[in-house]
Design a binder for this molecule. Structure first.
Ligand SMILES: C[S@@+](CC[C@H](N)C(=O)[O-])C[C@H]1O[C@@H](n2cnc3c(N)ncnc32)[C@H](O)[C@@H]1O
Length: 201
């Protein structure tokens, strides 16, 4: 596929997100993954790591409804989404105590991470930074995801994908890799899904 057609693909998702009221074209990545790879139900609780500007939180909030809860975290301020609990902080500082206000919704049914480091273009460095974010996400998964719960984590194709697949295989009964259509084909990003967390509460 040529760069030109990639650009057109991406652009159509951007146009669609504006028309349909989503804050980012990333919304369509999550929508597709929720149709094909992970289940999210009304009443579920979701933790959205790296949530700004809020496209994924919007999609998750629509599905879980008022009986569920979306908790979102980012180092950047995020405009309010109805029913969504937002924390402006780095994942490195997150702990269970931050969710005292919504403790009735813990542990979470689903932990999402669309976080990415600032890309330098140096592959080893970018992979190392991505793996640091994955490690933090896994700590959160270990502490705050319910048994049988699921996770969806963005990584880069290459070392961080292999690293994350191994780490999820230890924890989850099912692991799957997916590249949604809304993800530009010339982007290194890829999504990895862990289903049915093995640990006991
Ligand atoms: C691709 S954007 C997420 C887009 C979002 N999923 C959406 O649908 O709108 C990645 C986000 O990860 C956040 N991020 C990167 N490192 C982080 C960290 N250490 N802690 C929390 N958020 C972080 C960035 O600030 C950025 O907003």
């Amino acid at each position: 596929m040529s760069l030109k057609s990639n650009y057109r693909d991406g652009d159509s998702f951007t146009r669609r997100s504006k028309k349909e009221g989503y804050r980012s074209r990333a919304s369509y990545k999550l929508k597709e993954l929720l149709q094909t790879d992970i289940q999210l139900l009304k009443g579920d609780s979701v933790l959205d790591l790296g949530s700004f500007p809020g496209g994924w939180s919007q999609v998750a909030s629509e599905i879980v409804g008022k009986s569920g809860k979306v908790a979102a975290i980012d180092i950047q301020s995020m405009e309010h989404i109805e029913g969504c609990f937002f924390l402006k902080k780095s994942i490195e500082e997150v702990s269970e105590i931050d969710f005292e206000e919504i403790k009735d919704f813990l542990p979470f049914d689903l932990v999402l991470s669309d976080m990415a480091p600032n890309i330098s273009g140096i592959r080893d460095r970018d992979d190392a930074l991505m793996m640091e974010l994955v490690d933090k996400t896994l700590q959160v998964v270990d502490e705050l995801l319910k048994t049988k719960g699921s996770t969806l984590i963005k990584v880069f194709q290459g070392e961080s994908l292999d690293y994350t697949r191994d780490a999820l295989s230890v924890r989850f009964n099912k692991v799957k890799i997916s590249k949604p259509k809304a993800s530009r084909s010339n982007s290194k990003e890829i999504y990895i899904i862990g289903k049915e967390l093995k640990k006991y509460e």
